[in-house]
Design a protein around this ligand. Sequence first.
Ligand code: PXL
Length: 276
Amino acid sequence: MDYQRILTIQDISCVGQCSLTVALPILSACGIETAILPSAVLSTHTAGFKGYTFRDLSEDMPKINQHWKSENITFSAIYTGYLGSAKQIDYVLDIVKSTLKEGGKFIVDPAMADNGKLYPGFDDEYVNAMKKLCVNADYILPNITEACFLAGLEYKEVYDGEYINSILKALTEMGCKNVILTGVSYTEGRTGIVVYENGKYEYYEHEKLANSCHGTGDIYASSFVGAFVNGKSAYESAKIAGDYTVECIKETAKCGSHWYGAIFETSLAKLIEKIK
Ligand code: PXL
């Protein structure tokens, strides 16, 4: 396989085990050179901490892009996560246009919502901008809440296969190409991932743990990208990422007092083993 250098664009939450502090170690552990573009710097993540600082780095993006262009810097894949503002999304698209190698994959985790609600600070303008990013992506990795915001559908906690199909249909009609839908649970105590690729539906089911942790979406998306860029199929990558995320949630449960993120560090060796 050719040498891979990828770019990930998401925030730095200094404390919180999410976004870049998760993506960079996971992707590096997967053996991939990973360039970063921080979308914003926050003192912590926005769920559960009060009074966090937030510095939007949107204005740096065009200048960084200009410099990369002048140096002919390109990437074999680009993966985006939590972004700082709706305005930033146009800059991100410009960066993808000028730095993604021909045939390179653009993967978007529309990290903006969970459990039926948008994260603090996000609104309809942000959702609309995220739609634009998603239709330009080769793969999107939403949870059900994010998929419903993107598709303009009602969020349901209790659902069946028909509901999931209606979400996939709406996303495809919007122009999304391939969808990796996370947190799809059809049976008590089980959950899983739908891989909808080139119009073909596959489902990987795994155990659903009683404890849920913040930041697992970032662990999932980063390990998916790590496996995918290493040449695994989308289904195999979804499976590897799902199993790794379950391991991380188990590790976190062992440490009862850890509340703000998931302990992903101690299971990295298991992830690397599966990717090899
Ligand atoms: O895990 C997604 C995420 C990333 N970055 C920040 C967040 C969140 C989720 O709340 O607050 C700053």
